[in-house]
Design a protein around this ligand. Structure first.
Ligand code: FAD
Ligand code: 2HG
Ligand code: ZN
Length: 475
């Protein structure tokens, strides 16, 4: 609970106020409440205050003050993270630094195919800014209307188009960061080639607010696809899906943008808990895939997709398929896919496993992992879905909402361990795209080698020797 002895002093608050003014300081309990809890309502913290600097210079001044006073800082963007990284602890001592007022689009350069944006710009607004100049920014997540580009960089977010365009890291050319002592590093280089030493940019991408505050970034833009097609496939098993994926990659090349998988259980959950969705195919299938093709020319995407699917059906790999040719049909498919997170929140308590494996290992892993989960919790409901095209599954386990926390505690550790041991045995990752935050902090230590973890500690200690950046997260 909040410890008043650790609350911010009046003089600190006065100094903070002098930097950011009335609009930049939130102390009112009600206004602060939304920032003290995460999107999943899984982590509840108590911050000392929320500070909302309006520009990089204000962020730097705030950080200088926090450095001098050793005040712990939790940077928060859209607060949509899934690992509790943006939620303060419950000491009442941590200051939330919200980036929501850093929302300038500083420059759009269509000839260099770049856009320079501040950290608090919503992902959807970056996409629109690109669209306005007939370009495309491909990062795409279910939370794109609420998450910020700073949060995307800090978590190295993945999403649905990684298969074609890569993770956030692959979409960033330069960044601007305020360091824990308040210094500003301006690394806003809009270059595709730059071999002038260590890639500091990459150190901050994925660092989840533990090394500094990202204040701006130069992002890559791409040619805008003019034609898009989606298809919903029903299959009997993961092996069949894997073969379809391999064929589509070969036959469609870079036109294959997304290959998302969901099980019948995941689909049923959405149909039960989300409004205005309907079953995309007439019948039930153990496995479903939502695939998307796109091209910058009005190429014959339709005939390409039809021929791949016809052959896959002839060969018994796909049992049924529907092509979403117009926008409404495509949106209906994606609404089902993007509804899974919300459906889980409504249906129960989800124990999430955001994992990555070599794509070829996925079917074997799923069989073993389902068995292992049932050994620990025979009545558990496995909600398995994810970005199969890049090897990232959300292998979640759902239990009823009224499951007491004490009961959960008695087996959750064993459950995570069996799943993550199997991931580790395939040389996989226990956090593919959501980051480590507070959710996976202990497990990170367990699964990283001493050498790798030691290197990470060295970096943390040299950049943040006073441990004020997001303490209790990641490392
Ligand atoms: P926050 O939640 O505010 O913060 C996340 C972390 O980044 C915290 O550790 C925070 O301290 C740090 N941080 C935030 N801003 C900065 C900054 N400027 N400088 C330094 N550190 C910072 N994620 C995926 O990868 N793929 C998905 O497909 C996906 N789908 C989602 C769907 C839904 C419905 C929801 C709710 C979430 C989804 N997410 C997904 C998770 C989430 O949206 C991403 O992790 C996103 O990148 C977080 O951005 P944010 O602005 O909300 O960050
Ligand atoms: C997605 O792919 C997100 O929809 C959220 O990464 C996953 O809810 C989840 O576990
Ligand atoms: Zn995901």
């Amino acid at each position: 609970m909040s410890d008043p002895t650790r609350a911010l002093s009046t003089s600190f608050l006065q100094k903070l106020h002098a930097i950011v003014g009335d609009a930049g300081l939130v102390q009112d309990e009600q206004a602060k409440a939304a920032c003290d809890v995460d999107w999943l309502k899984k982590w509840q913290g108590v911050s000392s205050a929320v500070v909302r600097p309006a520009n990089t210079a204000e962020v730097a001044a705030v950080m200088r003050l926090c450095h001098e006073t050793r005040t712990p800082v939790v940077t928060q963007g859209g607060n949509t993270g899934m690992s509790g990284g943006a939620t303060p602890d419950d000491s009442g001592a941590q200051l939330i630094l919200s980036t929501t007022r850093l929302k300038q689009i500083r420059e759009v350069d269509p000839l260099n195919n770049t856009v320079t944006v501040e950290a608090g710009v919503l992902l959807a607004n970056v996409q629109s800014a690109a669209d306005d100049v007939n370009r495309y920014f491909p990062l795409s997540l279910g939370s794109e209307g609420s998450c910020t580009i700073g949060g995307n960089l800090a978590t190295n977010a993945g999403g649905i188009a990684v298969l074609r365009y890569g993770n956030t890291r692959d979409l960033v050319l330069g960044i601007e960061v305020v360091l824990p002592n308040g210094d500003i590093w301006n690394g806003l280089r809009a270059l595709r080639k730059d071999n002038t030493g260590y890639s500091l940019r990459d150190l901050f991408i994925g660092s989840e607010g533990t090394l500094g505050v990202v204040t701006a970034a130069v992002l890559k833009l791409f040619p805008k696809p003019t034609t898009r097609l989606s298809a919903w496939l029903g299959c009997d098993d993961m092996d069949a899906l894997l073969e379809v994926l391999a064929r589509m990659r070969n036959d469609c090349g870079d036109r294959l943008v997304a290959f998302e998988m969901l099980t019948e259980d995941a689909l049923a959950l959405v149909l039960e808990h989300v409004t205005d969705v309907r079953r995309p195919l007439a019948g039930k299938h153990p496995y479903h895939a939502l695939v998307e093709l796109a091209d910058t020319r009005d190429a014959e995407l339709g005939s390409l997709l039809e021929s791949v699917l016809e052959k896959a059906m002839e060969d018994g790999l796909v049992q049924d398929a529907a092509i979403g040719a117009n926008l409404a049909q495509r949106q209906a498919f994606w609404k089902v896919r993007e509804g899974i997170s919300q459906a889980q929140v409504r249906a129960g308590k989800a124990i999430k496993h955001d994992i990555a494996l070599p794509i070829s290992s996925l079917p074997g892993f799923v069989d073993r992992a389902v068995d292992a989960v049932k050994q620990v919790k025979p009545d558990a409901r496995v909600i398995n879905f994810g970005h199969m095209g890049d090897g990232n599954l959300h292998f979640n386990v759902l239990v009823p909402l009224d499951t007491p926390d004490a009961e959960l505690k008695s087996w959750i550790h064993a459950l995570n361990r069996v799943v993550h041991d199997l991931v580790s045995a395939s040389n996989g990752s226990i956090s593919a795209e959501h980051g480590v935050g507070q959710l996976r902090r202990d497990e990170l230590r367990h699964y990283k080698s001493e050498t790798e973890f030691g290197l990470m500690m060295l970096i943390k200690q040299s950049l943040d020797p006073n441990q004020i950046m997001n303490p209790g997260k990641l490392i």
